[in-house]
Design a protein around this ligand. Structure first.
Ligand code: AMP
Length: 355
């Protein structure tokens, strides 16, 4: 089935990803309805309707399910069970969410799909952290199983004496201990999958993180990454199939000497795919809407010879007048209000050559 223009796409979560999804949906003639607990989520500024409600508010979700023709989510830290009220309208389904929101489930699922991750253990006590140090060696990183993003909920252990401080730093939350990976580069595979299994990939961006936050994504990727992309795509495709995923799925990889190692998956459009708005023939946002609404896939070809996306983090967004004056710069500002440190406030994409 393909959803006719004029239909309503529900988006659970009203951040910048929801905002860019709503803009893409509007271009295809859809109306968007945002559900988010905050007073002024930035996606609501560009959507036809907005329900302010907690993500586990059963009555609100019931009404939302009635009001929309299809529903999706734009971040993964949502309670899974209440979304059952959206039934078959929810795309991707709850399985993608459940797997992606718990790092231990995620790692086990990826390994079961036949793909490597860094050596890891689940830890739930200081004693288990000590055992993980003995088994995995150092350095290693503790990551809370849930609610971690942009480097939050993580603490490194570089010497055995730091184990207790790291365990305290993650507030004794159930976590995984993961061996530090000596990687040449980081990259992601971004794909869109349709209900019938049709899958499309974009060029894999090479990603640079600073302090656990994405700084920059560039296509085409460099020589450390390019030879790994075919294997990484095959792995990401297997994960998407095993999830029965519908919509965009992002798989983040380390380019290690042993080949692609998955860092994590996001069952949604992703910051490392923002360059596709101007840098590819079809953006990740439009393609996600096409996939969940059952429309034909768009071309994922590069629109130029190369593209670079830079995040505007915290007060960097105040550079907007100067950035707007730059030839060829595509400035995106999310309208999020206060430019707190570490907060993603906007991004800038430059496409070079061709187009
Ligand atoms: P994550 O929140 O898991 O995506 O981690 C954020 C960033 O921290 C990653 O993109 C890497 O730059 C770095 N990082 C996370 N895990 C590891 C690891 N096991 N080894 C080396 N660097 C890591």
């Amino acid at each position: 089935m393909s959803l006719a223009p004029g239909s309503t796409v529900g988006i659970v979560g009203g951040g910048q990803l929801g905002r860019m999804l709503a803009i893409a949906a509007a271009q295809l003639g859809y109306k968007c309805h945002i559900l988010d607990p905050h007073e002024h989520p930035c996606a609501a500024d560009v959507a036809a309707s907005f329900t302010r409600a907690a993500y586990d508010d059963a009555a609100a979700l019931e009404a939302f399910a009635q009001a929309v023709d299809v529903a999706t989510y734009e971040f993964e830290n949502l309670p899974v069970e209440p979304l059952g009220r959206l039934g078959e309208k929810l795309r991707p389904g709850r399985k993608s969410l459940a797997v992606a929101q718990d790092r231990a489930e995620e790692k086990s699922f990826i390994e079961a799909s036949g793909t490597r991750v860094a050596p890891w253990r689940a830890v739930a006590s200081l004693g288990e952290v000590g055992a993980a140090v003995a088994e995995l060696g150092l350095p290693l990183v503790l990551k809370t199983r849930r609610y971690g993003y942009d480097g939050k909920g993580q603490a490194w252990i570089r010497e055995a004496a730091e184990a207790e401080a790291a365990w305290n730093a993650i507030a004794h939350e159930p976590a995984i201990a993961e061996a530090g990976v000596d990687f040449a580069a980081e990259y992601s595979v971004i794909l869109a999958r349709w209900a019938d299994g049709t899958t499309r990939f974009w060029d894999s961006p090479e990603n640079v993180h600073e302090g656990g936050i994405l700084r920059r994504s560039s296509v085409p990727c460099g020589p450390a990454v390019a030879p790994q992309v075919p294997e990484a795509r095959a792995a990401a495709g297997r994960i998407a199939d095993a999830l029965g995923h519908v919509g965009v799925l992002t798989v983040e990889f380390f380019a290690s000497a042993q080949g692609p190692l998955v860092n994590e998956i996001a069952p949604r459009v992703h910051n490392s795919g923002h360059w596709t708005i101007e840098g590819a023939e079809t953006s990740q946002f439009e393609q996600h809407i096409r996939a969940i609404c059952g429309l034909a896939p768009g071309s994922t070809r590069l629109a130029g010879a190369s593209a670079v996306m830079e995040n505007l983090i915290g007060e960097e967004v105040n550079r907007w007048p100067e950035l707007l004056a730059r030839a060829g710069a595509h400035v995106h500002i999310y309208g999020k209000g206060e430019a707190r440190s570490g907060r993603k406030m906007g991004h800038l994409t430059t496409v070079n050559g061709g187009g």
